[in-house]
Design a protein around this ligand. Structure first.
Ligand code: PEP
Ligand code: MN
Length: 264
């Protein structure tokens, strides 16, 4: 169902305040985790100022260890929804379990399926039964075909509002970067599928000073949008501080990204 052969035209996903796909370029930004009501409101203002039409933030966090911050849960979703509504933004947030689907329906515009859950087939089937747009992240060791097949689990349930996110893949050299950003995957996926392809330079590199260069490269790759992590006090971020852009760096980065997109 995701194949270009079956459906040659680009899928365009329409949200209340954004359009994703084709030649548009959609910016999504926010902290890795929703940390407090006040913090997400402040970060939403920064995100918006940089041209983001979607606010990101995790309320259910897939942490590597169970002893790390796990997210604020439903309260976090409520804080993020309010912050986005005040600024006329859409919300993208991760759910980790099929039991979260009703909550997602209540609070979010886009359901993010994290890299670690790319092949959580019961979760994919559950979101496939809704009409809520889904952003499916490429798994840590997921091939392009694995990603496309995971998307089929959603589409075959009847939900065709799917976008795919390249967020870097597990690599043999993770001393300087967290993952290897597979930018060739963007044009490859665009050849194979009609779904919007989004890049996530933050999780791909894991280090804030590498995010802007890879954001430019991601834009040049032809992606339909970008998702990026921001924080005003990265040293004290609840998660992923090392890769979070401070507001001034983010604002400069997005200015260049939109200028670059204009040239394409
Ligand atoms: C995130 O977006 O914060 C996240 C956990 O991403 P990924 O699933 O790509 O690791
Ligand atoms: Mn993160």
């Amino acid at each position: 169902l995701g194949s270009r052969l079956f459906h040659p035209e680009d899928t365009i996903i329409k949200l209340p305040h954004s359009e994703i796909g084709g030649n548009t370029f959609t910016m999504m930004a926010g902290p890795c985790s929703v940390e407090s009501e006040e913090h997400i409101k402040r970060m939403a203002m920064v995100a918006r100022e940089g041209g983001a039409t979607l606010l990101r933030g995790g309320a259910f966090k897939p942490r590597t260890t169970p002893y790390s911050f796990q997210g604020l849960g439903e309260e976090g979703l409520r804080f993020m929804r309010e912050a986005a509504d005040e600024l006329g933004m859409d919300v993208i947030t991760e759910i980790m379990d099929e039991t979260h689907v009703p909550m997602a329906a209540k609070y979010t515009d886009v359901i993010q399926i994290g890299a670690r859950n790319m092949q959580n087939f019961s979760l994919l089937k559950a979101v496939g039964k809704t009409q809520i747009p889904v952003a499916l992240k490429r798994g840590l060791a997921g091939t392009i075909d694995d990603l496309l097949n995971a998307a089929e689990y959603i589409a075959s349930g009847g939900n065709h509002n799917i976008m795919l996110i390249e967020r870097g893949i597990r690599t043999f050299d993770n001393k300087y970067t967290r993952n290897t950003f597979d930018l060739a995957a963007v044009p490859v996926l665009q050849k194979l599928t009609h779904y919007p392809i989004i890049v996530d330079p933050s999780h791909a590199v894991g280090a804030w000073d590498l995010v802007a260069p890879m954001a430019y490269a991601g834009t040049a790759s032809g992606a339909s949008g970008m998702i990026v992590e921001i924080h005003d006090d990265p040293a004290h971020a609840f998660s992923d501080g090392a890769q979070s852009l401070k507001p001034d760096t983010y604002l400069t980065m997005t200015k260049h990204v939109f200028a670059l997109k204009q040239l394409m």
